[in-house]
Design a protein around this ligand. Structure first.
Ligand code: CA
Length: 341
């Protein structure tokens, strides 16, 4: 078969799926991604994958560790895949707790093997890097099976979010209603209709373009997790599955209120143009007015240079901010959200 970069569906994946995706009951195995290298001639990266099936019913794909330094999804999905009794399922749940396994093992956003940022690698490439081959497998083998996809993100080492479930504004009103219902069902404190500044290469668009339900999250950040944010993830996953009819409602926590907000336009994002020492001026969750200072950048190597202050360009609630004490030119410093109409 000749390569066709325009349509990756036409090229069979080089990733071997050892798990029988069509089987019934619970099973746990690996995606075997060829990775011949200096210290392993015929080596491979083995990505854990689980299936919990009791059909008929829809197929839901649950993904964690798309970015390796985001932990709620990874821990919640490891627990879910081990614990879930197929008798409680109506349909099929496919679970990958650490999609970019090399990144997850390194505690990094991107893969130490190839520098790959999984959520910028879609639809992937058959003959690409390890990261691109995994993305290509998801695109060609898993997305055609999935009625719904939940991709669990957090802020990672460089951002901190108010725990949020995320959807995008979609052109099809029916899909938008369906997505909003799933967003509310997840029951995170914040339900964010997020405008991506640059969505090229993301799993999100790959699913949305197929007309399938896509839900994501931003559950916390700072390169760690807390009992509270993990609980939001675990409860939200079960509510989402019950909402889709795939999980026995008796195993789903009670509904939880979600504050619906959105980020309508680039003015909601504040970024820095300097590298230096960050002085945050506003706490996460604070109400901010247009023109209000939200962050200041100091220059510790030039102690006589005045710091630079960055201001909100619109009114809103601070739902995300930069985490590390050091910041680089071009970093996202803050995100403001407004009530969803
Ligand atoms: Ca992420």
């Amino acid at each position: 078969m000749s390569p066709s970069p325009q349509n990756p569906d036409l090229q069979p994946s080089r990733v071997a799926c050892r798990l029988d995706l069509e089987g019934e009951g619970a099973a746990h195995d690996y995606l075997v991604v060829p990775h011949s290298r200096d210290d392993s001639a015929w080596g491979a990266v083995q990505v854990p994958i689980s299936r919990i099936a009791n059909r008929p019913g829809p197929t839901v794909l649950l993904i964690g560790g798309n970015h390796g330094d985001e932990y709620e999804g990874q821990v919640a999905l490891l627990k879910l895949a081990r614990d879930l009794d197929p008798a409680a399922v109506r349909g099929r749940i496919i679970v990958i707790p650490a999609l970019n396994l090399p990144a997850a093992q390194a505690g990094r956003r991107t893969s130490p093997i190839d520098g790959g940022n999984m959520n910028r690698a879609f639809p992937g490439r058959r003959d690409g890097t390890v990261t691109e081959m995994i993305a290509h497998f998801v695109t060609t083998r898993l997305l055609p099976l999935a009625d719904a996809v939940l991709d669990l993100h957090s802020g990672g080492r460089t951002l901190h979010f108010t725990p949020s479930a995320i959807i995008h504004q979609l052109p099809d009103p029916q899909m938008m209603d369906k997505s909003l219902a799933a967003l509310k069902a997840f029951g995170a404190p914040l339900g964010l209709v997020l405008e991506e500044l640059d969505d090229a290469g993301m799993l999100d668009g790959e699913v949305e373009r197929r007309g399938r339900l896509f839900l994501s999250t931003e559950l916390g950040g700072g390169g760690t997790l807390t009992p509270t944010t993990l609980r939001i993830a675990e409860d939200g996953i079960r509510r989402f599955l019950a909402h889709l009819g795939v999980l026995d409602p008796a195993l789903s926590p009670a509904p939880a209120p979600t504050r619906l907000m959105h980020t309508p336009g680039a003015d909601c994002f504040v970024s820095g143009h300097e590298s230096g020492l960050l002085e945050p001026l506003v706490e996460l969750g604070a109400e901010v007015r247009q023109g209000q200072p939200v962050a200041r950048i100091h220059f510790h190597q030039s102690h006589l240079q005045q710091p630079v202050t960055h201001h909100a360009r619109t009114d809103g609630t601070l739902v995300c901010r930069h985490v590390p004490g050091l910041t680089q030119a071009g970093d996202c410093l803050a995100v403001l959200a407004k009530p969803y109409p």
